[in-house]
Design a protein around this ligand. Structure first.
Ligand code: CMC
Length: 442
């Protein structure tokens, strides 16, 4: 072969041709290029032309939408929001600035940020009748159960912003969700410990206000520690959006039916709850507590590798990242800062986590499968040091991700090619047969 001849690659090809073996039927499938990342094959006409569907359980190779919000290069460990690297946003930005960026596509001017902050902070209180809904929950309810219920219940209270076809109502719903979710989250915690609800303070930043509502009690003053507020700001930024993950896809799928945004975000919260997704931060801490000591690590690593065991190293592995999750690196650094600020010289869980990471990263099983620590591996240790109970970890993830969910939902509603999400299947059940009356069944 001539070395200088141009070689078509996946990056330059504009279509693929697919042929049904044993027939003369074939079709050309156009490739849609992204601004970065792989092109996608547009198979919308495949069934119409060749009478076949594609099969992709878990959607590992399927793009379900066009999006301009978040880009991930899983092989290189890159995460960009609207083109900006997560490292730069975590270092320099505030959570509400990132929220504006995700929703509007550009970093705000000072005037735009001031207006956005005003709009969010003036929706932080929840309806007093909604407050009473808390009392219907058992005191020992998991706060994610409370979150799912309370956010879903918002659709029963804010009738004036349920029309998804009205851009102004969509905007008000977005403000309400971003503003009220921290209040609901903090109150879910207060309810579980039997303390009075703390009303939000609009003079505080988003992260400060959340810490204030979680920790303040009416009988004494509470001052937010600025280092912890900065750590919380960073944790919120790191969780703000992550492309078409399970909960975001749930929000889009629910929203594709025309369901109202409060119902869609409640569906997202339910999806986030699972230990393979947002519930992993809680599961990591439980796992570290169960491992208990560095000397027990090899036993747990062996268990994670055993195909007969269901046990997995929580906080390890990712559907998209086949490299170190860039969020995990920032989390690890933040973890150190928080422990230093709180003068925690010796945190056995951190020592255990670091040793576990070291052993796993050198183990053939994890190396071959490219299993690296993900965002949840260190976040639990930080949150625990900050005095946040384990059951609240996934709730914090939900607070931050609400911004991503609402941005993705808004993008979907505004996309003219949007239609109801409706996957197909390979049917493997019985073929058509006649009903058998009871007396005739064997
Ligand atoms: N421990 C041990 N083995 C693992 C792990 C793990 N944490 N993760 C994946 N594997 C193995 C898996 O058994 C499989 O091995 P084999 O090829 O021999 O069957 C291989 O790696 C590929 O795994 P997979 O299940 O096909 O990968 P996936 O993309 O479907 O799953 C995941 C991704 C995140 C669900 C999975 O890695 C996992 O369960 N991790 C632990 C839970 C966790 O930390 N989740 C948080 C994800 S990051 C935050 C978020 O997005 O919510």
């Amino acid at each position: 072969m001539n070395d200088t001849a141009p070689v078509a690659s996946a990056a330059t090809a504009q279509s693929i041709t697919i042929t049904l073996d044993g027939t003369n039927r074939s079709m050309t499938i156009p490739l849609i290029p992204g601004t970065i990342g792989p092109s996608v094959a547009d198979i919308r006409k495949l069934y119409g032309e060749l009478g076949i569907f594609t099969y992709d359980p878990g959607y590992g190779g399927t793009a379900a939408c066009e999006s301009k919000i978040t880009y991930i290069d899983g092989d290189e460990g890159i995460l960009l929001h609207r083109g900006y690297p997560i490292e730069q946003l975590a270092e320099h930005s505030s959570f509400l600035e990132v929220a504006y960026l995700l929703m509007h596509g550009e970093l705000p001017s000072q005037a735009e940020l001031t207006e956005f902050t005003y709009n969010v902070s003036h929706h932080t209180m929840i309806h007093e009748q909604l407050r009473r809904v808390f009392e219907g929950f058992r005191r020992d309810a998991h706060p994610m159960a409370v979150m799912t219920g309370m956010v879903g219940a918002m659709s029963a209270f804010y009738h004036d912003s349920l029309d998804i076809n009205d851009p102004r109502q969509r905007e008000i719903s977005a403000f309400r969700l971003i503003a009220k979710v921290p209040t609901i989250a903090a109150w879910a915690y207060k309810y579980s410990v039997g303390q009075p609800f703390t009303y939000p303070r609009n003079d505080l930043s988003y992260a400060e206000n959340f810490l204030y509502m979680m920790n303040a009690v009416p009988v004494e003053p509470y001052k937010v520690n600025p280092v912890l507020a900065q750590a919380m700001n960073r944790i919120f930024i790191l969780h703000a959006d992550h492309e078409q993950n399970a909960s975001t896809s749930t929000v889009r799928l629910s929203g594709s039916t025309g369901a109202n945004p409060f119902a869609c975000i409640a569906a997202g919260i339910a999806s986030l709850w699972g230990p393979a997704h947002g519930g992993a931060n809680e599961a990591v801490l439980k796992m570290l507590a169960e491992i208990g000591h560095v000397r027990n690590i090899p036993e747990y690593v062996e268990k994670a590798k055993d195909p007969k065991s269901n046990f997995r190293l929580m906080g390890f592995g990712h559907r998209v990242y086949k490299n170190y999750d860039p969020r995990a690196k920032i989390m690890q650094r933040t973890c150190r800062e928080v422990l230093d600020e709180l003068n925690i010289k010796d945190e056995p869980l951190l020592d255990l986590a670091m040793e576990l990471e070291k052993i796993a990263l050198h183990d053939d099983y994890f190396v071959k499968r490219k299993l690296y620590p993900n965002v949840d591996f260190y976040s639990g240790i930080i949150l625990k040091a900050m005095g946040i109970p384990t059951s609240m970890f996934t709730v914090l993830f939900a607070v931050a991700r609400t911004v991503g969910w609402i941005s993705q939902w808004k993008e979907m509603i505004e996309d003219p090619s949007q239609r109801i999400g409706r996957p197909r299947q390979v049917y493997k059940g019985a073929t058509q047969r006649d009903y058998v009356p009871m007396a005739g069944r064997g």
